[in-house]
Each structure stands twice: as structure tokens, then as C-alpha cells.
Write a protein that binds this ligand. Structure first.
Ligand SMILES: [Zn+2]
Ligand SMILES: [Zn+2]
Length: 235
């Protein structure tokens, strides 16, 4: 017998690869395209997902990229694409499609990947809902008598400045205040925003400002020391 003969299924009229018909070879080699189910931590508040230590968008495109980044294929010159097939309450199903070659034969393979979600809360949402702040601005009276009206107008000024400055920096969105016995405490999520707001305030209110730093810990990701800054502002 001259022609090729598949020892598994007996086929003779198919393309062959390494002694088997291409269909049997593909069936026996699931690792040609490996795409495992994954579980992602997802923020309950903003639906961002945690990927390589970073909170990124939870959109189908973004999750699709995460799925694609974990795909392994033994095809030659592979092209991998991922799309959302189904979105359910327990998770999503993505389809991974890969095209490439086995020897000289063009091959197309698909897998379904289940993406499950674990409840979590991202760092920014937890900061916003918790006690987090980077900067405390203490508004205090300049003289013996506290001028609460003046302090309130400074507070409004700082809040407006903060709002217009925090468009791109999510941490900077933190802005809280509380009235205390001798003035107003204003909390900022970002040192940069607080500094600019205070600078702009100088022009109108000419306060005396004292700055102090408290070490609060070390950032695990960057190894940098973290400080909490307090500005004591006499208005
Ligand atoms: Zn076969
Ligand atoms: Zn969040």
C-alpha cells in the first residue's frame, strides 16, 4: 500500500502530520491550544479586576486581553483572538480561537474559557469608603478669636480646587472634612492636589502654613516609604 493510512481512525484521504491524520493528531494533543479557566478578583463597587497586581478595567475587551495573555499554543505562527460568548451571574464564558500551522497544514482551534469572579474591593474604592487620606489640612484660627465664616469660605475654596484638579487621579478624589473644636479638618487623597489647592489659596487668604510629616508605612509594591502630611493653616 502506497498511500498514507491513519493508524487510529483508518483515514487515508486527509492531511497527515507525524504519522497520523491531522484530526486524530489534534484530538490526541490538547496542549496544541491551552486556555485554562481563570478566576479574577473583581471590585464590587467599580467592577475593575485585579491583574498582575493592578486594578484594570473589567470590560470584555480588558478581560479578553487577560484571558489571551494566559493562552499557550504549540501551533506555528499562531494568531489568537478572544471574544465574550456569554455573560452570567456566576461568571463569563470567553471563546479563544487560534489559527496557525501544524507542519504545512493550516489549522484552526477553539477553546472555551470560564472566567469566574471573586468578590473584592479595589484600593481606591476602599480608600474612598474608609479612613484613608494622604494629607490633612488643619484650618485653625489665626488669632484669639476663631472666624468660622472665614474658615468655611476657605473650605469651599479648597473643595472647588480639589474638584477641578482631580480629573485623572483616582486617589485624588478623596476629599472629606470634619468640624472639630478649634477649626476644620480637611482630608485629601493626594499630596499634589492638596499642595496646588493650598498654593492657590495663599493669594486670597494669606495664611501661615506649617508642614509636618508622619511615617505611616512602606508601600509593598514600590518599597517606598509612605508619609502622611499635615498642613497646619492659620486663617
Ligand atoms: Zn485519524
Ligand atoms: Zn473599585
Amino acid at each position: 500500500m502506497k498511500g498514507k493510512f491513519c493508524p487510529k481512525c483508518g483515514a487515508t484521504n486527509k492531511p497527515f502530520y507525524r504519522g497520523f491524520c491531522i484530526d486524530c493528531y489534534i484530538k490526541d494533543h490538547p496542549k496544541l491550544l491551552q486556555a485554562d479557566d481563570i478566576t479574577l478578583k473583581r471590585c464590587q463597587k467599580c467592577l475593575r479586576v485585579l491583574s498582575r497586581g493592578e486594578w484594570v478595567s473589567g470590560s470584555p475587551e480588558s478581560v479578553g486581553k487577560i484571558v489571551a495573555s494566559k493562552v499557550k499554543t504549540q501551533l506555528k505562527e499562531p494568531k489568537v483572538s478572544v471574544r465574550l460568548l456569554e455573560s452570567g451571574t456566576k461568571g463569563d464564558i470567553y471563546e479563544v480561537a487560534a489559527t496557525g500551522r501544524l507542519g504545512s497544514e493550516p489549522v484552526a482551534l477553539t477553546r472555551e474559557v470560564k472566567v469566574s469572579y471573586q468578590k473584592g474591593i479595589c484600593d481606591v474604592c476602599s480608600r474612598k469608603s474608609g479612613n484613608y487620606y494622604e494629607v490633612l489640612v488643619q484650618l485653625r484660627p489665626a488669632g484669639e478669636e476663631a472666624d468660622l465664616g472665614r474658615m468655611k469660605s476657605v473650605l469651599v475654596f479648597l473643595r472647588n480646587e480639589s474638584r477641578s484638579l482631580t480629573k485623572k487621579d483616582r486617589n485624588a478624589e478623596v476629599f472629606r472634612y470634619s468640624f472639630v473644636k478649634d477649626g476644620i479638618d480637611v482630608f485629601f487623597g493626594s499630596l499634589r492636589v492638596a499642595k496646588i489647592a493650598l498654593q492657590h489659596m495663599q493669594a486670597t487668604y494669606h495664611p501661615k502654613v506649617k508642614e509636618s510629616y508622619t511615617l505611616t508605612g512602606v508601600d509593598h509594591a514600590s518599597g517606598k516609604r509612605r508619609y502622611r502630611v499635615t498642613f497646619s493653616v492659620r486663617v
